[in-house]
Design a binder for this molecule. Structure first.
Ligand SMILES: Nc1ncnc2c1ncn2[C@@H]1O[C@H](COP(=O)(O)OP(=O)(O)OP(=O)(O)O)[C@@H](O)[C@H]1O
Ligand SMILES: O=P(O)(O)OC[C@H]1O[C@](O)(CO)[C@@H](O)[C@@H]1O
Length: 439
């Protein structure tokens, strides 16, 4: 396969010369090709969103997996793992699979866990470093959260790399979302400036499922599963009382994948509001009138709202940012609760409104079975990439393959739900919500 127009080239720290311990799994006479090489590159078949303009048809990504030769000497290598940003189901599975792969398959015995995200690199915070080994990660996949903790907030990149140098780290595994990706890129730049041989491997994490060039991120499947319970609850509450309304708020800062997918999985929702589709509340085509029509007609309704939906409905206020620089959204869930109550009160229509916000419950739970399997692959492929001396890449799942996506290609952009696409069109069919509520 030739003529790759899209920049998929992954930087390496140098020539990989050491025979991989995985070599022993090769059957005698089996061709070297077993270790994925250029001719096994994956053609990118752009299926989701409208990425075609960005990616040429014959673009490709390197397939993730073990390489024949590795760059690092396992007996001398020290690795570190850090988890940053919001929690997500599967973080502990990722940590565990990285540790077990390094320890058992590559014989790397020094693995550090950096506590509380990027803060863990900065001496002032005095967070202890964890020693990770099969004992310390035993059973962690059964608990939610991250055994390493997390944090938000900018840290000095120079000080982070100082810490990596002091600890003589060879591979840094960074698990996080788009912010972590930006931080990873800046860390790599500083590493390059200092001419150090440290590999940085990213594992994309977000229940919003909005990382560019990543068709599925871990934890999303679990989030959809648990969100369906909230929707079931909302529906049961709604049908139990006359004119019952169940209002469920789900995470999704800029992308409505979770709200839309959960709504399709548990088809009880009559209205799904997402950031990608503007809504108007009032007026004859507004959301509130549509909700009233539904209540008068069917006596109950379920509404799902993604946290980033309807932000234009709020009076213009000075924007607030969290410590990492992410915009702090206005609370659309509580806002809608209030507006719905006011609307029906003004119309003298009694309703029973139940508001359910399972956001933090969802993201802090352990991974479901599907996500656990997925995390295992991502963690192991992250180790293979790092051991081969590759750097500045993400382990992505794309077009049904585990691939290496260059950090440069994935950062600074976001994946959004396409309102013309199959997912949203299916929502419109399933809900009968055939209007975008614009006047
Ligand atoms: N441009 C940047 N340069 C350096 N560090 C950054 C940059 N953007 C974000 N970071 C840092 O990366 C870490 C994680 O970022 P952030 O809190 O935004 O979470 P995230 O990785 O985007 O995950 P989530 O999807 O949960 O928000 C934070 O410590 C943040 O300060
Ligand atoms: O409350 P926190 O930690 O700032 O996180 C909230 C954000 O984190 C996310 O779950 C992404 O990790 C978003 O969906 C949400 O907006």
């Amino acid at each position: 396969m030739k003529n790759f127009d899209f920049c998929t080239d992954i930087p390496t720290l140098g020539e990989a010369k050491i025979i991989s311990p995985l070599k022993k799994h090769t059957k005698p006479g089996e061709p070297e090709k077993r270790f994925i090489s250029d001719d096994a590159r994956v053609i990118v078949d752009v299926q989701i969103n409208r990425l075609q303009s960005d990616l040429k048809k014959n673009s490709s990504f390197d397939q993730a997996g073990p390489r024949e030769k590795i760059y690092f000497d396992p007996s001398k290598l020290k690795c570190a793992i850090v988890t940053c940003g919001g929690l997500c189901p599967g973080l502990n599975d990722i940590i565990r699979s990285i540790v077990l792969e390094l320890y058992h398959i590559y014989n790397v015995k020094t693995i550090y866990g950096i506590k509380h995200g990027l803060q863990g690199f900065i001496p002032d915070f005095q967070h202890d470093v964890m020693n990770l080994n099969p004992d310390s990660v035993s059973g962690i996949q059964n608990t939610g959260g991250s055994i390493l903790g997390s944090s938000r907030g900018t840290q000095d990149i120079g000080m982070i790399v100082d810490c990596l140098e002091r600890m003589t780290i060879g591979i840094l595994f960074m698990v996080g979302g788009d912010g972590t990706l930006m931080a990873s890129k800046r860390i790599v730049e500083e590493i390059e400036k200092r001419n150090l041989k440290i590999s940085v491997i990213g594992i994309p994490k977000t229940i919003d499922n909005d990382i560019y060039l990543v068709s599925r991120s871990f934890g999303f499947d679990t989030a959809v599963d648990v969100a369906t319970l909230a929707i079931k609850g909302a529906h049961n509450e709604a049908i139990a009382y006359p004119n019952g309304i169940g209002l469920v708020k789900l995470m999704g800062r800029h992308s409505g994948f979770l709200a839309a997918t959960a709504a399709l999985a548990q088809q009880d929702a009559n209205f799904v509001l997402i950031p990608e589709v503007d809504i108007s509340l009032d007026g004859k085509n507004g959301f509130l009138q549509a909700l009233e029509n539904r209540i008068l007609h069917r006596k109950h309704a379920v509404v799902i709202v993604a946290e980033g939906a309807g932000q234009k409905l709020f009076d213009k206020q000075q924007k607030k940012f969290d410590p990492s620089g992410n915009i702090v959204l206005q609370d659309i869930g509580l806002f809608l609760k209030e507006k719905i109550s006011q609307w029906f009160k003004a119309k003298n229509i009694p309703i029973s409104l139940k508001y359910i916000d399972p956001s933090y419950i969802i993201r802090s739970l352990p991974a479901n079975a599907n996500d656990s399997v997925f995390c295992g692959f991502l963690g192991r492929d992250a180790v293979h990439a790092g051991m081969a001396g590759k750097t500045k890449l993400l382990i992505s799942f794309w077009n049904n393959h585990y691939v290496h996506v260059p950090m440069d290609a994935a950062s600074g952009k976001r994946k959004n739900l396409d309102p013309q696409g199959k997912l949203w069109q299916s929502i419109l069919e399933a809900t009968g919500q055939d209007t975008f509520f614009t006047d």
